[in-house]
Design a binder for this molecule. Structure first.
Ligand SMILES: [Zn+2]
Length: 205
């Protein structure tokens, strides 16, 4: 792609670093910004900059938050003895949208995937095991997507806490095998949380 301006070229190159955005799409977006009032671009870049600089991860559940302890962990209306393990922040949002869950979350930040070089130590597993060993959590719900990586991750955590006094469950499989949680519709996802089954049962099947 030949550019008439170095500034334009740089903006397109940066934009095309985003997933799913090729050079052509990046150019279209950049040209769109050029047609908009200047303030629009300033607001966009300011929002991104502020988010990147100031966003925090909850010190308890690792959810994205503006403060040290996220709104969910800080709420007095949540049941602290039930913790739902999810892959990432999008899953917290998906489950919150169902309004079917009143416990707390633990965000792993991904799943074990040797193919992608992601091992247990790259994820927030240690802090989860530590939390469970403190003994205040009565039930741990595995709500990872039912892919091979999801199952591996569940099993790894399950092994770590096997000797702890915690009841482990997994969400019911209204969610098709291989489906990502965030794409499940709210009713299905809500139901699968409510109708969760003992984790051991999922191992036998
Ligand atoms: Zn939190």
């Amino acid at each position: 792609m030949e550019f008439s301006s170095k500034l334009l070229e740089r903006a397109v190159n940066e934009m095309s670093q985003l997933p799913g955005i090729g050079k052509r799409t990046a150019l279209r977006l950049v040209l769109h910004l050029l047609r908009q009032p200047k303030e629009q671009t300033v607001m966009l870049s300011e929002a991104l900059k502020r988010m990147r600089q100031d966003v925090k991860f909850c010190k308890s559940c690792h959810n994205i938050s503006d403060v040290d302890l996220c709104e969910i962990c800080a709420s007095s209306n949540r049941n602290e003895s039930v913790v739902c393990v999810v892959e990432d922040v999008r899953d917290v949002m998906a489950i919150e949208n169902t309004s079917s869950f009143k416990g707390l979350y633990h965000v792993l930040g991904g799943k074990i995937s040797p193919m992608d070089g992601i091992g247990p130590h790259d994820l927030n597993i240690e802090s989860l095991v530590k939390k469970i060993k403190q003994g205040e959590i009565k039930e741990l719900i595995f709500a990872l997507s039912s892919t091979m990586e999801g199952d591996t991750t569940n099993f790894y955590i399950y092994k770590q806490i096997q000797d702890c006094k915690v009841y482990t469950t997994t969400i019911a499989r209204g969610i098709a095998v291989g489906d990502e949680l965030e794409y499940a519709d709210e009713v299905t996802l809500g139901r699968s949380i409510v109708n969760r089954i003992p984790f051991e049962n999922s191992l036998k099947s």
